[in-house]
Design a protein around this ligand. Structure first.
Ligand SMILES: O=C(O)CCC(=O)C(=O)O
Length: 296
């Protein structure tokens, strides 16, 4: 596996940042994420996991050690009970708007950044490797503009063995690949065998982030730890003038309404923020269907 190319050197050079992004389809930064916010969010999510009996008794919750024999899978009922509590955390949503990230996206897009509201948290148990996120392109799920970029941020150090993320640099320049049904987040996979790109990944230290184009092929790596959970968040960003679909402004999984999510929040700054300025709302599902090949 190749290592990520570090892009901190182009953070203050918008043209170089844009050119690197166009070439590779991803940007990897060390230390761009606010560590205090990260610690606080990790603590809050793990407190919910502990409350649900997911963590080893007598362990430090912050370590994220799963209780023996416990492995919940995203989408399943028990998982969703905890997930919906995570979805209500004000800091989980506010974390997407941190100034360092937004400044980088403003430079990348050459205009003000629109943060998608459909924020995603991943709580990946050890001993559940068959549910590892398969190779896919996010555009299938995002629609709107292809110039949408995902930020994947592990909440804590995340070596590859804890199940970080791998990407195929350059794979964003060839449209959408056919998909097959699969286990793992998203439920669809791309067959990457024979594609002329090389899997690339690195260990993440807390504060590191990778961001990638909506057509870049990427996958989760298996969590091979004996007992540690991998926590991460996925946020999505685009230029404010670019097309966006309604789904990107709805809560992930749609089991809660924004009014329920916002109950008890201290601030209104990140509530319905996309309604404060005109957005370019579209419905391009029919076009996407035409472009997409889904097998069995
Ligand atoms: O964290 C993961 O395992 C999957 C993240 C991802 O690929 C995505 O949300 O697009």
């Amino acid at each position: 596996m190749l290592e990520f190319r570090l892009s901190n050197d182009v953070l203050d050079d918008p043209l170089a940042l844009q050119s690197r992004a166009a070439d590779e389809g991803y940007l990897f930064f060390k230390g761009l994420i606010d560590r205090d916010l990260l610690h606080s969010l990790r603590r809050q999510i793990l407190a919910l996991c502990a409350d649900a009996g997911w963590l080893a008794p007598d362990s430090d919750p912050y370590a994220g050690i799963a209780a023996p024999g416990v492995a919940h899978i995203e989408g399943q009922r028990d998982f969703m009970q905890v997930y919906n509590r995570v979805m209500k955390l004000e800091d989980f949503h506010a974390f997407a708007h941190q100034p360092g990230l937004i400044a980088m996206y403003d430079a990348l897009f050459g205009e003000a950044t629109l943060v998608h509201a459909r924020n995603i948290a991943r709580m990946i148990f050890p001993q559940a490797m068959e549910h590892t996120t398969p190779a896919h392109q996010d555009y299938l799920y995002i629609e709107g503009t292809e110039e949408t970029w995902t930020a994947w941020i592990p909440l804590g150090d995340c070596p590859q063995t804890l199940g970080s993320l791998a990407v195929l640099p350059g794979s964003h320049r060839h449209g959408m690949y056919p998909v097959y049904r699969s286990l793992g987040a998203g439920g669809h996979r791309i067959d990457t065998e024979g594609l002329p790109f090389e899997w690339t990944a690195s260990d993440f230290e807390e504060g590191d982030v990778i961001t990638f184009h909506s057509l870049l092929v990427h996958r989760g790596l298996p969590n091979q730890m004996v007992d540690r959970m991998r926590l991460s968040v996925d946020y999505r960003y685009q230029g404010w003038s670019q097309p966006i679909v309604q789904g990107s402004l709805e809560p992930h999984y749609g089991q809660l309404a924004w009014s329920e999510i916002y109950e008890g929040w201290q601030s209104e700054v990140y509530q319905y923020y996309w309604k404060r300025q005109a957005i370019n709302l579209v419905n391009n599902r029919a076009e996407l269907r035409e472009r997409l090949m889904v097998h069995g």
